[in-house]
Write a protein that binds this ligand. Structure first.
Ligand code: UTP
Length: 293
């Protein structure tokens, strides 16, 4: 059994970098190949042993809730037409009854605030936090790798996934300071959200996957706005790190920042090339396009 049973998926942001696509469609429902971003991330959590999926939603996000429900009319039509494989796929991916919860963040005040909105649903236990606009392509899912590390690090540990970026890009992310090694992880000496250029403690950035202790909720309750005028999870984690151990974990795999256009397009290419059913044909099309440039 996984020591982490619950996961939060914050999906209440405005997705302004993807306008006009995200005017009526939530960013989390944009597709990488044939699955919405949120489905990719829920799959990663399920593979890691998560049993309860908690979504922090907002206005215009109802379609995310529908995505994790049955669609009886569609099922009926697929059945009538003998499309049993498609039907089977839909049913296989559906979370079991009672394993999803949805709560609202009425105003998108920042990621820290979105997490705080899930406090009652999480209760007093450690939980995972997955950002749906970060995809990690890996033989074993990133969260699964982190939970393996968490088992070694002890049950009061907090763990954040980290990856290297070129030093001239650290000002756009949450950055960690690197302490002593512990297996595949290292203790974190400090964290800073969007450090001014030249002031970052390292070039390791926090990458959209977290395992956190429930004390974070009390801290978030009083957390003031930080970088960008938003309530930042990194600021709250810094305060939590004063009392509880915090570790960075360098996972195996490649990340795609699907909140940015380039990351999203690259994810589509990489995931299509990884799919046996479309790889060969897609490669031919890609080569044709590249040949024309
Ligand atoms: P982002 O900052 O990448 O998403 O947050 P955004 O704000 O929607 O996008 P831009 O910058 O305007 O283009 C990462 C995740 O956290 C959620 C977002 O929905 C996204 O999945 N989020 C962010 C919230 O749920 N609430 C917030 O207040 C902020």
């Amino acid at each position: 059994m996984s020591p982490i049973r619950k996961a939060i998926f914050p999906v209440a942001g405005l997705g302004t970098r993807f306008l006009p696509a995200t005017k009526a469609v939530p960013k989390e429902m944009l597709t990488v190949v044939d699955r919405p971003l949120i489905q990719h991330v829920v799959d990663e959590a399920r593979e890691a042993g998560i049993e309860h999926f908690i979504f922090v939603t907002g206005r215009n996000k109802g379609v995310i809730e529908d995505h994790f429900d049955r669609q009886l009319e569609l099922e009926f039509t697929l059945n009538e037409r003998g499309k049993h494989a498609d039907l089977e796929l839909l049913n296989r991916e559906l979370p079991s009854a009672g394993t999803t919860s949805f709560t609202r963040q009425q105003t998108p005040l920042g990621l820290g605030h979105a997490v705080w909105c899930a406090r009652e649903l999480v209760g007093r236990e450690p939980f995972a936090l997955l950002l749906p606009d970060v995809l990690v392509q890996a033989p074993r899912g990133c969260l699964g790798q982190m939970i393996d590390a968490y088992r070694e690090l002890g049950e009061r540990a907090n763990v954040v996934a980290v990856e290297e970026v070129p030093p001239d890009r650290t000002h756009m992310y949450g950055v960690v300071g690197v302490g002593e090694r512990r297996g595949k992880a290292f203790s974190i000496t400090g964290m800073v959200e969007k450090p001014p250029r030249g002031s970052a403690p390292s070039n390791l950035i926090i990458t959209g996957r977290y395992i956190l202790q429930p004390e974070i909720f009390e801290i978030l309750q009083t957390q003031e706005r930080g970088a960008g005028g938003e309530i930042q999870i990194t600021d709250a984690m810094m305060r939590l790190a004063l009392n509880l151990p915090f570790y960075g974990f360098k996972f195996e795999g490649r990340t795609f920042d699907c909140g940015s256009k380039i990351g999203f397009l690259a994810a589509n290419v990489a995931y299509a090339l990884a799919r046996e059913d479309i790889r060969a044909e897609f490669r031919v099309e890609l080569e044709k396009l590249l040949g024309e440039k």
